[in-house]
Write a protein that binds this ligand. Structure first.
Ligand code: SF4
Ligand code: SF4
Length: 376
């Protein structure tokens, strides 16, 4: 298995604890209707490192099985599935990370994100001030091409393009490591369709395996669909912002038109709607995270969760601020801050909570194939 260290994988405490707990759950099976994890667990008798990594990434950390569990602490079995899978999930992200020497960035991730954001800001502001006269930075610039008075398009777009190449390579290698370690098998187009549907509807955040339950429980044991709704806003908001950037690229290279575009043109409409959705979604996810039962949280990994939500919020919020002030003397500052946060976002992607999207989709795809094969 390329440079992946299986010995390190096998020795992780989080794997041992996950395997122990899955053995207990496999005998109990009380929670089998709660989510996709338990049916997938029931298809196994023993749990090797690949199995625990697969199950951990299939869990969406709703906490329902902790609230229902008769073997949760203070019972001597000390079963805490959400917390154990959260630890195993984070450990698996380190194990699949590429380049391997940078996997340590997953630790103390809040600090890493804060430092990267600072570097991104310094890079954007520094480049801008180095390339233009100060009066242009604070000047008022109108119409198409106004952004590029402050920073040439080749520099502004070139930096994220270079980072994107590294990010895509990192994701491809990470996916391949995940797929091989977990022994996942391609389940054909029907399984791909199942996985896309589960992703698009966030069915598993519905509260049971059908997606028709009452949602995720909070610390007071009451269930709510709020987490699913905020997740929807974040996911689709992100996709709209991506669509905005893509259409902007088409405008630039195909139509020969330069940003910023009019308020009612497609890139701006997509970006505005997506940005508002992202702001509301990430703020809501922050609130829902604080609402969770503390016992199910992985305290060592909490910084990573909050840091990524925070970064995503500011990517969208600074974009909206730029839209609001782009015809004033604050455009230079707003553009520099927005670019700095966007550069930081790209830089930190392979070593942030964003990898959850990659490995969760891989787990859903593998699970859909398994489920279809076992039903035959
Ligand atoms: S979490 Fe508890 S109740 Fe649910 S299957 Fe496992 S042992 Fe049983
Ligand atoms: S925390 Fe939720 S998603 Fe994870 S195993 Fe328990 S019930 Fe399933």
């Amino acid at each position: 298995m390329d440079d992946l260290n299986l010995a390190r994988l096998a020795s992780t405490a989080s794997h041992e604890e996950t395997a122990r707990i899955m053995q207990i759950c496999n005998a109990c099976r009380y929670c089998e209707g709660f989510c996709a994890v338990f049916p997938a667990m029931e298809r196994r008798r023993l749990f090797d490192v690949g199995d625990t990594a697969f199950l951990a990434n299939l869990c969406h950390h709703c906490g329902a099985c902790y609230h229902a569990c008769q073997y949760a602490p203070p019972h001597e079995f000390a079963v805490n599935v959400p917390q154990t899978l959260a630890e195993r999930r984070a450990a698996s992200w380190r194990e699949f990370a590429w380049p391997g020497p940078l996997a340590g960035l997953f630790d103390r991730n809040g600090l890493v994100v804060a430092m990267t954001a600072t570097i991104g800001l310094a890079l954007a502001v520094g480049l801008m001030l180095a390339m233009i006269a100060p009066h242009l930075f604070w000047g008022v610039h109108f119409g198409e091409g106004a952004f590029y008075v402050l920073m040439p398009h080749t520099v502004m777009a070139g930096i994220p393009m270079v980072i994107s190449g590294f990010v895509i390579l990192s994701f491809i290698i990470g996916w391949r490591r995940y797929w091989r370690t977990t022994g996942a098998r391609w389940g054909g187009l029907p399984a791909l369709s199942d996985a896309f549907r589960a992703t698009a509807t966030l069915r598993n955040l519905g509260g049971d395996n059908s997606g028709n339950g009452g949602g995720c429980p909070g610390a007071d044991d009451r269930s709510s669909l709020a987490r699913r709704h905020y997740h929807h806003l974040t996911f689709y908001g992100f996709m709209l912002c991506f669509a905005s950037t893509s259409t902007g690229t088409l405008y630039h290279y195909v139509l020969g038109r330069e940003a910023p575009y009019g308020y009612f043109e497609l890139p701006v409409i997509l970006g505005t709607v997506g940005g508002v959705m992202l702001c509301v979604g990430t703020a809501g996810l922050w609130r829902e995270k604080r609402r969770m039962e503390p016992a199910v949280l992985s305290l060592a990994r909490l910084g990573m969760d909050y840091a990524f939500i925070w970064l995503l919020f500011w990517v969208s919020a600074t974009g909206l601020v730029l839209l609001a002030v782009r015809e004033t003397g604050y455009m230079g500052l707003a553009l520099a801050v927005h670019l700095g946060v966007v550069y930081a976002f790209f830089l930190v992607l392979p070593f942030s909570k964003f990898v959850h999207a990659i490995y969760r989709f891989a787990a859903l795809l593998a699970d859909a194939g398994e489920a279809r094969r076992s039903a035959m």
